[in-house]
Design a protein around this ligand. Structure first.
Ligand SMILES: Nc1nc2c(ncn2[C@@H]2O[C@H](COP(=O)(O)OP(=O)(O)OP(=O)(O)O)[C@@H](O)[C@H]2O)c(=O)[nH]1
Ligand SMILES: [Mg+2]
Length: 302
């Protein structure tokens, strides 16, 4: 538990120091009245909490706190208000009473799908589950090799075809193999490309169709991987995936690389889809189940 908290705290280092520094400066400058509220609004927007969330949070805050007495008071109240924006449940990974549970990883290029696929596999394996990976990114040269290296590192088997093969055929074979081998979770890595790429969307829809029609009920999770460093762009990308493919959960990666970690709040509030995991670095261990309470307290704890 202690280690988990440390993970997210370090991962949120840039966001936390930026937000806290700016709030400290407010009090050093002895900003008062409307100016103080305006500057606070600016701080939350700069952390990428989004205009909607920021307005709601400050409106509620103003109802309860007429005069901001000190920094502590503001931090405590902000913590409470931000927490109110998160969903109450549905955060754990969907599994299956009749395994395998199939987990499909989606996202535009470079967001961290392949590394996240391996991080998730590694975590589930350490928890005692039997895992199989599928290299369904047959589009990018070297994608199969990249997942191959990671799968060896974590000692998990991988199903692959060759470069250029039909991604849905890889998935079909992988589900058959997962059934035959008594696997608990089959995790499928897919190709990236720009989200406006029609071919990618069609290819992903075909994967969904094949799994849903040939193996009804087995697709338990469609995890959308989003790169926190892309800020509000992540939100528009997410909407496209949610509308065309359905998404059961979100993984927010690269939180360690941004001062705009507030995007987490904006995404969950706007999409009403649970953020299930976060990535906080390039190591396989830099990955954890997302906990809003820990997130919010890590954000404001000095
Ligand atoms: N700092 C940091 N880097 C990350 C994190 N997750 C992924 N990366 C890095 O992001 C880069 C891209 O990761 P990939 O897993 O290859 O991304 P992808 O979405 O599979 O990319 P494509 O297959 O090209 O679409 C790599 O250099 C990863 O090490 C994270 O949580 N933190
Ligand atoms: Mg990849």
């Amino acid at each position: 538990m202690l280690q988990k908290t440390k993970g997210i705290k370090l991962g949120l280092f840039k966001t936390r120091t930026s937000v806290l520094e700016k709030i400290s400066n407010l009090f050093k400058k002895e900003t008062e009245g409307e100016n103080l509220w305006d500057e606070l609004e600016q701080i939350l927007i700069e952390a990428d909490m989004g205009v909607g969330v920021t307005k709601d949070v400050l409106e509620n805050l103003r109802k309860h706190v007429r005069m901001i007495a000190d920094k502590e008071e503001i931090l405590n109240s902000l913590e409470k208000e931000l927490l109110g924006n998160f969903l109450h449940d549905g955060r754990s990974l969907n599994s299956s009473t009749t395994p395998p549970a199939v987990v499909l990883m989606l996202g535009v290029n470079g967001v961290g799908k392949t590394l996240t696929t391996s991080k998730l596999a590694y975590k589930l394996k350490k928890e005692g589950s039997k895992i199989l990976l599928a290299a369904s990114d047959t589009f990018r040269a070297a994608a199969i090799e990249q997942l191959g290296i990671l799968s060896k590192k974590i000692e998990v088997d991988m199903i692959k075809h060759s470069y250029g093969a039909d991604p849905a055929a890889v998935c079909y074979d992988a589900v058959e193999a997962a059934k035959a081998r008594g696997v608990d979770f089959l995790i499928i890595d897919t190709a990236g490309r720009s989200h406006i790429d029609k071919n990618l969307m069609e290819s992903l829809k075909k994967i969904r169709r094949v799994i849903d029609s040939r193996f009804p009920g087995m697709l338990k999770e469609i995890l959308l991987v989003l790169d926190a460093t892309t800020g509000q762009n992540a939100l528009s990308q997410a909407k496209t995936f949610v509308d065309s493919l359905g998404v059961t959960g979100i993984v927010m990666t690269k939180l360690d690389g941004t001062a705009k970690g507030g995007i987490i709040v904006a995404i969950e509030k706007e999409l009403k889809i649970p953020i299930k995991f976060i990535g906080t670095g390039e190591n396989l261990e830099d990955f954890e189940v997302f906990d809003p309470k820990v997130f919010v307290s890590s954000l404001f704890e000095e």
